[in-house]
Write a protein that binds this ligand. Structure first.
Ligand code: NAD
Ligand code: IPM
Ligand code: MN
Length: 355
């Protein structure tokens, strides 16, 4: 088999610590992959002002099978312009419309809720990834005066809403639960009681599309109530579909159920096109460079990418090795272990290795 061509963008902060470890694990697992690294990030931007080189996104799309990303964000770049242009640039300009964020609990010791076991948390958040308030449409008038007006528009298009909702129903049909059982419901998370224009569109399109999937139960929750339910009883969730901003917020909350941001994986997908995979966490500047960041979110993201590339055996081996590390407490401090980023990765690597 030809090696899969992977563009690697470690980015900033802990991205530069966890991504190299995830690459080593994928290689050790025997995945036929060829990595090409790019230096896009804060250092490059501060050195020459370039965030994305000319033709950058077209090159990623043309020359690679997938993109593997760390995180962007650096205290020296107060505007965060490089993160906006690189990360949101990939999501928007490459039209990676489905942000897929699986939420799984590997071991009950990782969940802050009492009485919750791995079988109780197995859901996915499908976050619209190209619209909403993230388009940054709007503007400022009379800035710096007491008459200042700041407008941040929430863009919702029929096509954008329809394709992510359809993706959610298709996902439910095609992705059984970890225990092998079928996914039975798709829940729309919105704030249609207050944001009636956008909410009305989402509600109507959700009704329209759900009628084509009679075997899947359509559900609805307002985002505020959903946050409460996620903490009270996460067992009830299966497939959640929501807009860009609510998806951002509830997936950090959901990461809390999994053991923290260091455990959460994600994919930014446009079916049939070069897609992008990144851990949910950011660059975590306060802990960067100290060998304390949890590499498992990045490693599990690597497994997710391999599965997307039809390398399921390698993905399975990596996921099993991470599960084993968690069960044996061979983890970084955020999960209660005593290992560093490199040492926890080594442990996983040794067990993911193809023999
Ligand atoms: P963050 O995810 O970087 O950190 C939030 C908290 O979680 C911190 O306490 C951090 O120490 C902890 N944490 C995160 N990842 C961890 C890991 N792997 N191991 C152990 N602990 C971990 O979010 P933030 O602090 O809000 O943002 C920091 C910077 O990262 C900002 O510039 C932000 O814009 C950026 N950011 C980027 C991305 C991305 O590129 N995908 C995502 C989120 C935040
Ligand atoms: C994420 C991050 C990004 C987002 C930031 C860095 C713009 O928080 O990937 O969850 O809000 O989408
Ligand atoms: Mn986020």
């Amino acid at each position: 088999m030809n090696a899969k061509r992977i563009a690697v963008l470690p980015g900033d902060g802990i991205g530069r610590e966890v991504i190299p470890q995830a690459l080593r694990v994928m290689e050790a697992a025997g995945a036929p992959v060829q990595f090409t690294e790019f230096d896009w990030g804060a250092d490059r931007y501060l050195a020459d002002g370039v965030t994305v080189p000319p033709d950058g996104f077209a090159m990623l799309d043309r020359d690679f099978d997938a993109i593997f990303v760390g995180a962007f964000g650096d205290p020296r770049v107060a505007t965060n312009v490089h993160a906006k242009e690189i990360l949101l640039g990939m999501r928007f300009k490459m039209d990676l419309y489905a942000n897929v964020r699986p939420v799984r609990l590997l071991d009950s010791s990782l969940c802050p809720l009492k009485g919750i076991e791995p079988k109780d948390i197995d859901f996915v958040v499908l976050r619209e990834n190209t619209e909403g308030v993230y388009t940054d449409a709007g503007g400022v008038f009379k800035q710096g005066t007491e008459d200042e007006i700041a407008i941040q528009e929430d863009i919702n298009t029929y096509k954008g809403v329809a394709r992510i909702i359809r993706y959610a129903f298709e996902y439910a049909e095609r992705n059984p639960r970890l225990d092998g059982g079928p996914r039975k419901s798709v829940l729309l998370c919105d704030k249609s009681n207050a944001m009636t224009h956008a909410g009305g569109l989402w509600q109507r399109v959700f009704r329209e599309i759900s009628s084509g999937y009679p075997q899947i139960t359509p559900k609805h929750m307002y985002v505020d109530a959903l946050c409460m339910q996620m903490v009270r009883d996460p067992r009830q969730f299966d497939v959640i579909v929501t807009n860009n901003m609510f998806g951002d917020i509830i997936t950090d909350l959901a990461a809390g159920l999994q053991g923290g941001l260091g455990m959460a994986a994600s994919g930014n997908i446009h079916p049939g096109r070069t897609s992008m995979f990144e851990p949910v966490h950011g660059s975590a500047p306060p802990i960067a460079g100290k060998n304390v960041a949890n590499p498992f979110g990045a490693i599990l993201t690597g497994a997710m990418m391999l599965r997307h590339l039809s390398l399921s055996a390698e993905a399975d081996r990596i996921e099993a090795a991470v599960l084993n590390a968690v069960q044996q407490k061979k983890t970084t401090q955020d999960l209660g272990g005593a290992l560093g980023t490199r040492e926890a990765s080594e442990w996983v690597l040794a067990r993911a290795q193809r023999v």
